[in-house]
Design a protein around this ligand. Sequence first.
Ligand SMILES: [Zn+2]
Length: 191
Amino acid sequence: MAGEGTFRFGAGRLSLDLIRTLRYRGRPDEVEELPSAAGWDAWLRRAGLDEPRDADPDRAVLARELREHVAALIGAFAEHGLAAVRGADLDAVNAAAAHPVPAPRLGAGGALRHVSEHPGAAVRSLLARDALDVLSTIDQDRLRRCADPDCRTLFIDTSRPGSRRWCAMAGCGDRAKKAQQRARDRGPDPA
Ligand SMILES: [Zn+2]
C-alpha cells in the first residue's frame, strides 16, 4: 500500500507531481497513491500545501478528478502541442483555477499563515493554475516523459542542451546507468 514516504516529487512543477500520484497510469498494475482523504492530506503536507486545512470528506475524490483533467490536458500538450489543449478537460481545469487561492496572512509576531473560506477549492485552484501556467509558458519540446519504461513521468527539462532523459538522476537515471554498467561488465551478447 502506498504511504507518505512513497510520493514522488521533483518533476519540476507541482501539477506534474500531482499527475504522477497515479503510478503506472493506464497499465493493469496502476497504483493509486491518493486512495483516501488521509492520503491526499499526506500529499499536501509533502507539497507544503497543507494550510489552510481542508475538512471536506470528499476531498480526495475531488483531487483525483482534478488530477485526471490535468493529466489528460498536459499529456495531450506533450504529445500533440497546444492545438490539443481544448475540450472538457480544459474547461474543468479553467473552472478549478477560477476559484481564489489561499491568501497569506501575517500575524502579529511575524507568523505567516494561509487562509481561505473554502480551503479545498483554494488548494485545487493553486494546482489548476500551476497546470495552466505550464501549458502557457513551457515549450512542448521541454516537456518530456521519463525514459524509464516503468516511470514515464512528465517532467520539464531545464537543462541547457535540452537533452535530459530521466525525471530525476536519483532513481530513474541511476537505475539506467547501473543497467548500462552491468551490460558493459557482461560484455557483448553471445548472440
Ligand atoms: Zn522517472
